[in-house]
Design a protein around this ligand. Structure first.
Ligand code: NAD
Ligand code: DAU
Length: 331
């Protein structure tokens, strides 16, 4: 298949590109702005097999340059970190909403299939049970509100223009190549370096953990088998509260448990996410990696791949970290 993959230099997008280029033999063009979260290092294994265009999805010229010949568009491109959206929402509105609109127009002009990568956060927080695709949308943060706005726009292009759209909503991903602002890679790198491990609030917030390769396969499955106009949830096989996750990382990294510290909670912090994936499972997708195994693999990957994270920990990331956590990382 000929694919335009937007945001393909990020964590999940690059996992999807590696899967499609290596296992499926697809012709892939990646369009990516290369923000702080987008890295060509993530694509180095397939660099000779794909076409790469540096550009923004909200730029119609860059989109027109990269979309030629594509049969389908898969959109991963987004501003993705909740804490950054709370500090400064504007860029989230431009990329996540305006950018999605530009891509939808380009797909409509050319009659392409369009898959939007979305998130469980559009449903908000749930105390008991799991969200289905019928659950009401109730986003809490500027990040999730812009992802919800984008989903609604995608649905409107199906209903109004008959564009062949599919939305795939994932739960919390983890695995190799994740930028270390997110809970799991941040805690792994801090634990390996002997830095403090900042747990928000009481650490009782629960996330539904999904290994990144399982999500990449879920998106590929929805792209191939999803019905136009439909939404498919793609949730992980296990749920775990943050403090338990951090304690397990401490064990796996051989770090001192006293590094754990409770810090001021995130404003509007969603307590629990949980997705039912029954609809995608009925199409034949199944998560393969349980959380315990995936976490061990992830800690081992970060331990063995300092070439990947070393430059991040020594660059602008340090400024972000100091501003956000009010303390410096060790040198
Ligand atoms: P990421 O932050 O690692 O990567 C985002 C990528 O998008 C980067 O390569 C970045 O350079 C690119 N990008 C950002 N703005 C752009 C723009 N304006 N134009 C073109 N490219 C741009 O994100 P991720 O964690 O890989 O998430 C990918 C998608 O999956 C996002 O849409 C996110 O909402 C969704 N999602 C993420 C998770 C998760 O747990 N990480 C779970 C469910 C859904
Ligand atoms: O649920 C899917 C979403 O998962 C994606 O749509 C988002 O793009 C992705 O960022 C992620 O959002 P979360 O807010 O759940 O992930 P994050 O890694 O930022 O935080 C996970 C949990 O850990 C959350 O309860 C907040 C907490 N946390 C996070 C950080 C960074 C801490 O306790 N300390 C921290 O330093």
């Amino acid at each position: 298949m000929r694919l335009l993959v937007c945001g393909g230099a990020g964590f999940i997008g690059s996992t999807f590109v590696r899967l499609r280029a290596r296992e499926c033999g697809d012709q892939v063009t990646v369009l990516d702005k290369l923000t702080y979260a987008g890295r060509l290092e993530n694509l180095q294994e397939v660099r000779d097999d794909i076409r790469f265009v540096q550009g923004a999805i909200e730029d119609p010229v860059a989109v027109a340059e990269s979309i030629g010949g594509a049969e389908a568009v898969v959109n991963f491109a987004a501003e993705t970190h909740v804490d950054r959206s709370i500090a400064d929402p504007e860029g989230f509105i431009v990329t996540n909403m305006q950018g999605t609109h530009v891509l939808l127009e380009a797909a409509r002009e050319r009659g392409l299939r369009y898959l939007q990568v979305s998130t469980d956060e559009v449903y908000g927080s749930i105390d008991d049970g799991s969200f289905t695709e019928q659950s009401p949308l109730a986003p809490s943060s500027p990040y999730s509100a812009t992802k919800t706005g984008a989903d609604l726009l995608v649905s409107s292009y199906f209903h109004t223009y008959g564009l062949e759209t599919v939305i795939c909503r994932g739960s919390n991903n983890y695995g190799p190549h994740q930028y270390p602002e997110k809970l799991i890679p941040l805690m792994i790198l801090n634990a390996l370096a002997g830095d403090r491990l900042p747990v928000y609030g009481d650490g009782g917030n629960v996330r539904n953990w999904l290994f990144v390769e399982d999500f990449a396969r879920g998106i590929a499955h929805a792209l191939a088998h999803g019905r136009p106009g439909e939404v498919y949830n793609c949730g992980g096989p296990d749920e775990c509260d943050n403090l338990t996750v951090v304690r397990r990382i401490v064990e796996l990294a051989g770090a001192d448990p006293d590094l754990i510290e409770f810090v001021t909670d995130r404003p509007g912090h969603d307590r629990r996410y949980s997705l039912s994936s029954a609809k995608l499972e009925a199409l034949g997708w199944q998560a393969r990696v349980r959380f315990e195994e995936g976490l061990e693999r992830t800690v081992a990957w970060y331990r063995d791949n300092e070439w990947w994270w070393g430059p991040i920990r020594s660059g602008g990331y340090r400024e972000y970290y100091e501003r956000h956590y009010g303390r410096a990382l060790k040198a």
